[in-house]
Design a binder for this molecule. Structure first.
Ligand code: ADP
Ligand code: ASP
Ligand code: MG
Length: 811
């Protein structure tokens, strides 16, 4: 004999209940079928009766909906005919009773807990009548006659002994199919209707299975089994095929709603396996819960669960140290008042004990503890007890955690890197559960990072905010779009773009933006963009493993990095402004990143995608010393000086550089050497110097007053310089020399300026917009290290940004 329990969603729809019929009728042995109320009905009964008690006549509308759900289900699931009529009649009688009770409540405006218990019982009574009529050969047995409770601490507690005895008597012989309403019971002394608590149908089934030594207990629900985390929060959660009773108990005790916690004990005691199955997908394997694990599962943790509703009470004071019996008094006072504690943590210094309990119990707990310790509080030995509310408790569970070092380290390290503060934690010596308390606002993020870092997810997720959709940003988005699938399949990395922002609009989407139509979505679903909107959107999303990618040249955007890093969001910048700003600011950003365990990367600030900054870092980290840097760092200027010819005057070459999108949006930044100064400053700093922009000697080749007016004025005036440059070019060509804009750093002295180089100089044949960097170091001394290649362009810059992003993912 087996016991099958079908939950609210299983019986709550026509397709569901027809599946139930199929599953039950195909059983090859006697079955006892425990049925929940139709999904949502228990909540609705509570809500409706409260409305009636509050004198709100619209309770009648709610009641009508309850009637309609049942009438509708019968009409659609049971074919027209006698059986359908009988079902309507029998449920009609119950619904009429219910109507009268609700009316009574409305009239007297009072709802006792006894009446409330009676009202909620209708849910299971109605659903099991429908199931009995629908399923061929089914016999209805009322749980109230054999599930008996007694009252303790104003709660109805199961009387196991009596119940077991009554179940055995009731089921002396099994009908092939018995239908039993779940959840409901009756008081052993006065016969009043009671229940086993919300979600209690699972418990009903377990009690029956244990009393009758059933072969198995099957819990049929609306998911494929016990999952690694709540699938409504973690969409990458997946089904666990096998759990031990201990693991299942730990998980459901901590909020994994898939089984009502008291369910496990009775069947575990009798070693009856539990099988969780999906009514809507019966062929799925489901989850088997047994005593000892059979499979050689290698993952250290099996699942994560959480309770959102948490308050933390800390009893502390120097007067507690070494005093015997403080904990005894704490728990005695709480137990006397029926307050349940689910987490306890005491420091070995003994001067504080923290307890986790439900928000609803917090005020009463403070009150009773303050009374219990009134004398000590008055003497100043113990502080007044207060509660910290609005918290959440998370538990990671798995029997494999036993004797596996490093789990707690990894757990807390991951949380820390994501800016999640752990307020209290507890691990029992059984080592099957580590529980900790965080601010409830961090619950979702905590679950996500843990799921991700313990490889419960099939892939690691990196959540990206991309700011700037111009040449570099646009190209980056395209590259990510093309590469995503491959990274997911081959590197187990999911790049999830959760924010895209430009100067006008901002779009945020936790689930990920469709990159094939981000422009359209930005227009349609985006909000108006501003620096503030960007700041609030990125920080407000509070999403784990996140990276802010700046593909703009905006100082306003650069001013946000500090806050982002402080919120544990890594920053990848193509934007050079922050790294070349005041040295103090540059250093602060790097320090915050280090302290927070996140990254601030800007490889593309110099030489686009060329590996310059990383190379300098690698040299220095291995003990080398940078003695001299000599470089052509402006793709734009190099392009211009390569382009100038008898046919292409200076001003035209500038225009071409802009059209090719090599130059900064404002080409004067390039022509004034400002862009190169910024780059040199960044290189110098990475090489260990504290260089500021104003300390770089700049030998301009365009007179300073050309940079003063508007951009239009600049374009108007610049052709005035064409003749001079043509003369210079002609002269140099005859000497076999070329113009290069060279940045230099040596002995702490930095300069940028136009240099005439002859054919022996490595920069002489530097083509197009290419860059070259010569690094003379203690090790690369006689022959400097040379890095050369494209120094500008959207594609290569975007690829460099992409590489920085990948280095954060560390795959
Ligand atoms: P039933 O009505 O069948 O008793 P419940 O709603 O009580 O179903 O429980 C099933 C639900 O539990 C699932 O739909 C799922 O949303 C939720 N749930 C929470 N945590 C988990 C988990 N770890 N594994 C599976 N389901 C979970
Ligand atoms: N119907 C009850 C509830 O919603 C019991 C159950 O479904 O298990 O809590
Ligand atoms: Mg349930």
């Amino acid at each position: 004999m087996k016991v099958l329990k079908f939950g609210g969603t299983s019986v709550g729809s026509v397709s569901g209940i027809l599946n139930v019929k199929k599953i039950v009728e195909s059983a090859k042995e006697p079955v006892i079928v425990v049925i929940s109320a139709l999904s949502g009905i228990t909540d609705k009964l509570i809500y409706t009766s409260n409305m009636a008690a509050n004198g709100d006549l619209t309770y009648e509308d709610e009641f009508r909906e309850i009637v309609q759900r049942h009438v509708g289900l019968i009409n659609e699931a049971i074919p027209a005919g006698n059986v359908q009529v009988e079902a309507q009649q029998r449920t009609g009688e119950l619904l009429n009773e219910l109507k009268d009770i609700l009316q009574g409540i409305y009239l007297i405006k009072d709802l006792s807990s006894k009446t409330s218990d009676m009202i909620v019982s209708y849910g299971e009574r109605l659903s099991s009548i429908i199931a009995t009529r629908l399923i061929n050969g089914a016999n209805y047995l009322d749980a109230r006659t054999f599930i008996k409770t007694e009252k303790k601490f104003s709660k109805h507690i199961l009387d196991s002994e009596l119940t077991n005895q009554l179940i055995k008597e009731t089921f002396k012989t099994y009908p092939p199919i018995a239908i039993v309403p779940g959840f409901i019971s009756s008081d052993k002394t006065n016969g009043n209707i009671t229940n086993l608590g919300r979600g209690g149908s699972d418990y009903t089934a377990a009690i029956i299975a244990a009393a009758l030594d059933a072969k198995g207990l099957e819990i049929w629900t609306d998911v494929d089994g016990f999952m690694t985390a709540d699938p409504r929060v973690i969409n990458s959660a997946y089904t666990i095929n096998e759990l031990t009773y201990v693991e299942a108990m730990e998980l459901c005790n901590f909020g994994a709603k898939v089984i009502y916690p008291p369910t496990i004990y009775p069947v575990c005691h009798k070693n009856i396996p539990i099988l969780i199955k999906n009514t809507f997908n019966p062929s799925a394997q489901g989850t088997t819960i047994i005593k000892e694990k059979c499979s050689s599962e290698s993952k250290a943790i099996k699942g994560i669960s959480s309770i959102n509703d948490t308050s933390l009470i800390t009893i502390q004071g120097l007067g507690m140290v070494g005093v015997i019996g403080v904990n005894y008094r704490i728990f005695k006072a709480l137990a006397k008042n029926g307050i349940s504690v689910f987490l306890v943590s005491q420091a070995s210094s003994e001067n504080s004990t923290s307890i986790g309990l439900r928000n609803d119990d917090a005020d009463l707990a403070c009150q009773v503890l303050n009374e219990e310790f009134a004398k000590e509080i008055e003497m100043g030995e113990i502080n007044t007890v207060t509660a910290e509310k609005g918290l959440a408790t998370i538990a990671i569970v798995g029997e494999n955690m036993k004797h596996t070092p490093g789990i707690a380290g990894k757990l807390f390290g991951t949380l820390g890197r994501n800016g999640i503060n752990v307020i209290a934690c507890a691990q029992g010596a059984s080592e099957t559960n580590i529980s900790f308390v965080v601010d409830a606002r961090f619950l979702r993020k905590s679950l996500n990072v843990i799921h991700d870092s313990f490889f419960l997810s099939e892939y690691q997720v990196l959540n990206l905010f991309i700011c700037g959709t111009g040449t570099v940003g646009g190209s980056l988005i395209e590259q990510i779009r093309n590469q995503r699938q491959k990274l997911m399949e081959e590197n187990g990395l999911k790049l999830n773009v959760v924010g895209i922002m430009d100067a006008f609009r901002a779009l945020f989407c936790r689930e990920g933006i469709d990159l094939s139509n981000y422009q359209g979505e930005l227009q349609e679903k985006g909000i108006e963009g501003s620096v503030q909107a960007m700041h609030d959107g990125v920080i407000g999303m509070n999403i784990f493993n996140s990276v802010f990618v700046d593909c703009t040249a905006s100082p306003d955007v650069a001013s946000l990095y500090k806050d982002f890093l402080q919120h544990n969001i890594s920053v990848v910048a193509a934007n050079k402004i922050a790294a070349s700003s005041e040295y103090g600011n540059y250093r602060e950003l790097k320090q915050i990143a280090r302290k927070r365990g996140v990254k601030y990367l800007f490889e593309t600030n110099v030489g686009a995608g060329l590996p310059i900054i990383n190379t300098i870092n690698d040299l220095i980290n291995s003990g080398d010393k940078i003695l001299k840097i000599e470089a052509v760092l402006s793709g734009t200027l190099n392009y211009i000086f390569n382009k100038i010819s008898a046919d292409i005057p200076f001003s035209h070459a500038i225009k071409m550089a802009q059209e090719e999108r090599y130059s900064e949006p404002d080409p004067r930044i390039d022509l004034s050497g400002k862009d190169v100064i910024r780059k040199l400053v960044i290189l110098a700093r990475e090489a260990g110097s504290q260089l500021e922009q104003e300390n770089v000697i700049s030998n301009l080749f365009v007179p300073e007053d050309y940079f003063k007016g508007s951009l239009d004025e600049f374009w108007e005036r610049i052709p005035q310089l064409d003749a001079e440059f043509e003369n210079r070019r002609k002269k140099l060509a005859s000497e076999n020399k070329r113009l290069r804009f060279v940045a230099k750093l040596e002995n702490g002295k930095a300069s940028v300026g136009l240099q005439e180089v002859d054919s022996k100089h490595p920069a002489y044949d530097l083509e197009g917009s290419n860059n070259i960097i010569l690094l003379t170091t203690a090790r690369y001394n006689e022959y400097p290290m040379m890095i050369k290649g494209y120094g500008a362009g959207a594609g290569v810059t975007a690829a460099g940004v992409f590489a920085d992003i990948m280095s954060i993912a560390n795959v």
